[in-house]
Ligand binder design. Structure first.
Ligand SMILES: NC(=O)c1ccc[n+]([C@@H]2O[C@H](COP(=O)([O-])OP(=O)(O)OC[C@H]3O[C@@H](n4cnc5c(N)ncnc54)[C@H](OP(=O)(O)O)[C@@H]3O)[C@@H](O)[C@H]2O)c1
Length: 323
């Protein structure tokens, strides 16, 4: 089978298209992969900078969509089913992938393979972030950093279905504003000067939740943008620096800085992923939550696809097509 391999930790451009043996495992669901999602950890892993470090050579890719070739007796999917799946961090960019049944999810008919390959990783993170950690309530306003990225577009698509009455997207350039609008943002502002823009848009009240996959020097202004009772969801640090917080700010304004570690949560909460999908699948099937509109790269350009997250040219979710 064809697959992408990272042979050395030199960054995404080291990615090579190779021939590998197909996996065999009678206790696993064997999937013919049509598309694989690209997420920020793929870029970090290719340089050995992520907390989880696979041995080289490895096949990148945390998520995929395709058709079941075979499944163990008694599993919730069968040969011929359209599915999405999680590899939980690497192995998805191959024509055939073997996954344990708990990491396989039936894809609604209205969601394409390309969209399906780009939704589990971010939508499950944002479901956990907004509902479980962020305690989102009806009528709340959500500010989203990195709003034209994978996590950002997921937050914009899901927040209204979870009760938000308004979403404010923060992007770094005019060119990325359209991506945030297409994902459903009520308002879009530029990262430069976002605090004042939010103040004006909310008539000095501030927002209830900040979704922060960026970190870095925006953090303090994000805390300043919260209304009393507000929560800042710490999701990632694409901006590079891990910010520090003076906790008197939390006390003085009755606000929370909340850690969101979805992967770690799934390891201590058995069946959590399937419970999340039971919530998310009907929202996607009914159209209440739109499917992602990914930017699609051919398999041969997987290195460019991963690099686009690192060099900040990615617009929305990025997906690699295998079939
Ligand atoms: N905590 C969890 O459980 C969890 C789960 C999944 C992902 N994550 C994390 O969430 C973060 C976002 O992942 P993603 O897949 O959404 O990435 P992405 O698609 O690349 O989006 C990240 C956004 O960050 C912004 N950004 C700001 N400074 C940047 C810089 N120096 N380099 C690159 N991007 C920069 C970019 O928007 P602008 O250019 O508009 O600023 C970009 O759109 C990552 O840190 C990832 O590890 C965490």
């Amino acid at each position: 089978m064809r697959a992408i391999q990272i042979p050395r930790l030199d960054g995404p451009q080291a990615a090579e298209l190779v021939e590998l043996d197909e996996p065999t495992d009678e206790n696993a669901v064997i999937i013919e992969v049509h598309a694989a999602g690209v997420a920020f950890p793929d870029a970090l892993q290719s340089r050995g900078l992520y907390q989880y470090k696979p041995e080289v050579p490895y096949v990148p890719g945390a998520e995929l969509a395709g058709v079941v070739r075979s499944a163990p007796a008694g599993s919730h999917v069968a040969a011929g089913d359209r599915v999405a799946g999680l590899t939980m961090l690497f192995g998805a960019m191959a024509e055939i992938v073997a996954l344990q049944p708990e990491f396989v999810f039936r894809l609604p008919d209205n969601v394409s393979f390309e969209a399906g390959a780009g939704l589990l990783f971010n939508d499950m993170t944002m479901h956990f972030a907004l509902r479980t950690r962020g305690r989102i309530a009806d009528g709340e306003t959500v500010l989203v950093h990195g709003a034209a990225g994978g996590i950002g577009t997921s937050a914009l698509r899901l927040a209204p279905a979870f009760g938000a009455s308004r979403t404010i997207a923060v992007v770094s350039s005019e060119a990325k504003m359209d991506v945030a609008k297409a994902a459903g943002a009520s308002d879009v502002v530029l990262a430069e000067g976002f605090k004042d823009a939010v103040k004006e848009l909310t008539e000095n009240r501030g927002v209830d939740i900040v979704v922060d996959p960026v970190g870095g020097d925006r953090f303090t202004d994000s805390l300043r943008s919260l209304a009393p009772g507000g929560r800042l969801l710490v999701i990632g640090f694409t901006g590079g620096d891990i910010p520090t917080v003076k906790v008197n700010r939390l006390l003085l304004n009755n606000i929370d800085a909340v850690g969101v570690g979805w992967g770690a949560w799934t390891m201590t909460h058995p069946n959590y992923l399937q419970e999340q999908w039971a919530d998310l699948e009907p929202l996607l099937a009914s159209g209440k939550v739109s499917a992602p509109q990914p930017e699609i790269f051919p398999l041969e350009r997987a290195g460019d696809a991963i690099a686009s997250l690192e060099n900040r040219t990615a617009k929305g979710k990025v997906v690699v097509k295998l079939r």
